[in-house]
Write a protein that binds this ligand. Sequence first.
Ligand SMILES: [Zn+2]
Length: 148
Amino acid sequence: MKAYNPEMHTAEHVLNQTMVRLFGCNRSFSNHLERKKSKCDYHFERALTSDEEQMINDKVNAVLQQHDDVTEEVLPRTKAAQLFDLDKLPDASGEEIRIVRVGDYDACPCIGEHVANTKEVGEFVLGSTSYDEGVLRIRFKLKRPQLV
Ligand SMILES: [Zn+2]
């Protein structure tokens, strides 16, 4: 895995849950996360309005600013399968499934690396979005927290 970025990846969890809550869509089916900028793709019916873009940006930041702990829990696969969609996990993920929680806001099975608390993520900055043939693409950056 090249230049893995736990901050970006944790922001992706919060963005995905925000999209699920605001629009009732599924979590992103594809993403490209880099240290400087990232993008997530969603199956969607239409383009977003600028008001909706602002709403997403504000909601993600409101969650990040709660300074929630990011925690992990390991569940047996059979139990995890009752609670979560495991289709996106690699087949080799085994009989124990790691569930990653962002406070009470989000929970999803994930094998990636995350920050310990959302205060480490910094500010979420939603960039442009685009829509093409059933796919909504959201681009975003992070402004790092200033370490004083
Ligand atoms: Zn993750």
